[in-house]
Ligand binder design. Structure first.
Ligand code: ME8
Length: 512
């Protein structure tokens, strides 16, 4: 499981958190399912954009990338991201992998010398077609003028791979998800591929080309190779072949061509299989506009343009301090349909918090613990094998499992919340708090406790801390991360006879 490696020209923002939290939840889900998982994220540290940011901040590139990369490490620690490795493209292991990968491509005859000129956007680190630019030769993403660049470059013969790419995607119809993205990629490939320039002489902030010291590799061709560096490419072949190509690359729609066209072709040129799975999501928007570090930075420096785009307000650490880590994770996973664009707003996160977390999950935990205390002497009864909730649970579990497996966290959580909602309704109609203690009350509460147990397994990938806390309050030993799906989501796992703890509200309701 991989995320893109993020540029270190500026601090992480909630858009990066969006991808990273989704990747983390999917990695955790696969661990629950018993799959062996290696989860990788990291930072992309070469190229003009980063070198310029260092200069503008009066720092050496090395000091700048060290400091900014650390901010990503800290942001991910703050969001409880369970990555197994964090790769930085300035590490020696990466230089070795890039040089050996691209030397292989060169030796195979797919790289040659040529001259390149064109309009270049430093924000995108990409040459642009004039047809893609706004009036005044302005990049549509960064709203900044592009620059004319002319260089002698090495070119990768991408055009040689059109047929092989089409053939690969036709033989692997699930390689790119969702299907709309696959069609877009196939259309682009069939429209004809141009050779692409992969080296620069205008900067020295990059990995040197092993066969020509005057050039460094262009940042994107260095960056994409991170995915194989981290599993041992060029250094530990046995480890490399044990993982590749069974990878799931998560990314947003802005970098589809790099991942779905350039990268698979480079793999073919180097003589390895293309990546197995490319999972593409949309953008998180603020006030209808894409979050971009470059734009946020310029907005922050200009009070008139700042509007809702305040860097500190949408910094992941400010959000987690305000709402709690798990609530932020839940919002990112639940509110936006994976694949589509979504909106980030304080109103949105507050209303999800109140509706789904405080009123549904938090309320269920609180009322069940309260009634177990008052009617069952604080000891949880066994679930009712004939409860209506058993079939509701079976349906929700099946839907959640299939959605998690299909990289659709929002649907998995929606199915899980259906079960929570039904259980709250069941309690409202049975009103055990009004009944005399006895078998009827025990059956209702035992079933509600069982739902809480199942919900904490299904929701653990999204909210690991809260689910571990529910698990503990139910009196269960261990934690949901020791569970296996589907086995531990079957009805009847709550043994009864355990002391249930009331505890403070899991999600105290927030004012609007
Ligand atoms: O492109 N909504 O780095 P980057 C959702 N270094 N996701 C967003 C987002 C938003 N508003 N903004 C950013 C690069 N992202 C290259 C990648 S990979 C070999 C090299 C996420 O810092 C999303 O995953 O610009 C997007 O694809 C990525 O950050 C771009 O990050």
């Amino acid at each position: 499981m991989t995320t893109p490696i993020y540029y270190v020209n500026d601090a992480p923002h909630v858009g990066h958190a969006y991808t990273t939290v989704n990747a983390d939840a999917l990695a955790r889900w696969h661990r629950l399912a018993g799959d062996e998982v290696f989860f990788l994220t990291g930072t992309d540290e070469h190229g003009d954009k980063v070198a310029r940011a260092a200069k503008e901040n009066g720092a050496s590139p090395t000091d700048w990338v060290d400091a900014t990369s650390r901010r990503f490490v800290e942001a991910w620690r703050g969001l409880n991201i369970s990555n197994d490795d964090f790769i930085r493209t300035t590490e020696p292991r990466h230089r070795v992998a890039v040089q050996s990968f691209l030397q292989r491509v060169y030796d195979n005859g797919f790289i040659e010398l040529g001259t390149y000129s064109g309009w270049y956007c430093v924000g995108c680190e990409e040459y642009k077609d004039t047809s893609d630019l706004l009036e005044g030769r302005v990049c549509p993403h960064h709203r900044r003028p592009v620059e004319w660049l002319e260089e002698e470059n090495y070119f990768f013969k991408l055009s040689a791979f059109s047929e092989r790419l089409v053939d690969f995607y036709e033989r692997h119809p699930d390689a790119i998800r969702p299907p709309g993205r696959r069609n877009e990629v196939l259309g682009f490939i069939k429209g004809g591929l141009q050779d692409i320039s992969i080296t620069r002489t205008s900067t020295t902030w990059g990995v040197p080309v092993p066969w020509d010291a005057a050039h460094v590799f262009y940042v994107w061709y260095d960056a994409l190779i991170n995915y194989v560096t981290a599993i041992g490419y060029g250094q530990d072949d046995e480890r490399f072949v044990s993982w590749w190509p069974a990878v799931h690359h998560l990314l947003a729609k802005d970098i589809v061509r790099f991942h779905c066209v350039w990268w698979p072709a480079m793999c073919m040129a180097a003589g390895i299989d293309p990546p197995g799975h490319l999972v593409v999501h949309g953008w998180l928007l603020v006030g209808g506009e894409r979050l971009s570090k470059t734009r946020i930075a310029s907005a922050a420096g200009n009070a008139d343009k700042a509007g809702p785009l305040s860097l500190t307000e949408i910094a992941p650490e400010a959000l987690t301090e305000d709402f709690g880590v798990d609530a932020v994770r839940y919002f990112l996973l639940r509110d936006t349909a994976f694949g589509a664009d979504g909106d980030f707003s304080y109103e949105g996160i507050t209303s999800r918090f109140n509706a789904d977390l405080a009123n549904n999950l938090g309320n269920l935990m609180a009322r069940v613990a309260m009634v177990v205390a008052s009617k069952c002497k604080g000891v949880g009864p066994k679930p009712d094998p004939a409860s209506r909730l058993q079939s509701v649970s079976a349906g929700a579990v099946a839907d959640a499992i299939s959605a998690w497996n299909d990289a659709q966290p929002h649907l998995a959580l929606e199915a899980t919340w259906r079960l929570i909602h039904e259980t709250n309704s069941e309690l409202e109609s049975a009103e055990p708090w009004k009944c005399e203690p006895g078998p009827v009350v025990d059956a209702v509460l035992g079933s509600a406790l069982e739902v809480l147990r199942i919900v904490s397994v299904l929701t653990w990938p999204a909210m690991p801390e809260v689910c571990a806390e529910i698990w503990r309050r139910l009196g269960l030993p261990g934690s949901p991360d020791g569970c296996r799906v589907p086995a531990d989501t079957a009805w009847g796992g709550y043994p009864g006879g355990l002391v249930v703890e009331k505890g403070a509200a899991l999600f105290p309701r927030r004012a609007r």
